[in-house]
Design a protein around this ligand. Structure first.
Ligand SMILES: [Zn+2]
Length: 245
């Protein structure tokens, strides 16, 4: 048996049997891990209050046949995020997406920093203006895909390699086409939207400290929502394919 500790975000918790609970964490030092908390309901007051997502906690655990959680101490409870229903829902979506798109025991400091930065941004800015919640969620989604190696390439048509302003995206093969090479159901991306996407997938969060910039980007809310949803689904099906083959 080996003992460890790490800073960790709680991604998910689920009850097991009568009094146990399984927690899925994204840790600073070990990436995603899954730990059993035995008798979690009995020691509820001691442990659970430090593990209510979104939360950053210092956890202690033991790795063996059954990896177990031994202790947790809250470092950042994100009280501002928890005050607002929509902000809380967005933060939980970010954690759920992290869980869906990652596999266990893969150390990933860049992803750790992304979760940390986006939650900090949401906590600090709260509901200062309406666009902030969806912006945070979309930004996290885009940057997560970039970190996974799935930044969309929108520079030129994949077929004829000509630079094109308005273009069309095919989600199945994740490629961009000019109007001559696009297929019927490909997704229209206008020049201005293309610029936003290129910026969005690449820029660090501190580029977006001006509310006016966030508001401007979020004028394309429906476009961003549709693009990210379809692109993420396509990446997810790739991951499933690799897992099963
Ligand atoms: Zn072309």
């Amino acid at each position: 048996m080996e003992y460890y500790s790490s800073s960790a975000f709680v991604l998910k918790k689920e009850p097991i049997k009568e009094s146990d609970r399984r927690y899925v964490f994204f840790t600073k030092d070990f990436g995603k891990i899954s730990l059993l908390a035995q008798g979690a309901r009995k020691i509820k007051a001691k442990l659970s209050s430090h593990l209510e997502p979104p939360v950053l906690s210092q956890i202690e655990f033991v790795v063996g046949n059954t990896s177990r959680l031994l202790g947790a101490l809250e470092e950042e409870p994100y009280l501002e995020i928890k005050k607002d229903e929509a902000t809380l829902a967005a933060a939980l979506e970010i954690l759920a997406l992290t869980d869906e798109m990652t596999i266990e025991n893969q150390d990933d400091k860049a992803l750790w920093k992304l979760i940390f930065d986006v939650l900090f941004f949401m906590e600090k800015n709260g509901r200062k203006y309406n666009e902030l919640t969806d912006f945070s969620k979309f930004y996290f989604n885009a940057r997560l895909l970039t970190l996974m190696g799935y930044k969309p390439f929108l520079g030129e048509c994949s077929e004829c390699h000509k630079k094109t302003e308005n273009g069309f995206f095919n989600f199945r093969n994740k490629s961009f086409f000019c109007k001559n090479h696009a297929k019927t159901n490909d997704f229209l991306i206008k020049t201005e939207q293309k610029r936003i996407l290129e910026f969005f997938f690449e820029a660090p969060l501190n580029f977006f400290s001006q509310p006016s910039l966030v508001k401007k980007i979020m004028e394309e809310r429906e476009f961003l929502k549709q693009f990210l949803k379809s692109f993420t689904l396509s990446v997810k099906s790739d991951i499933l394919y690799f897992k099963n083959s």
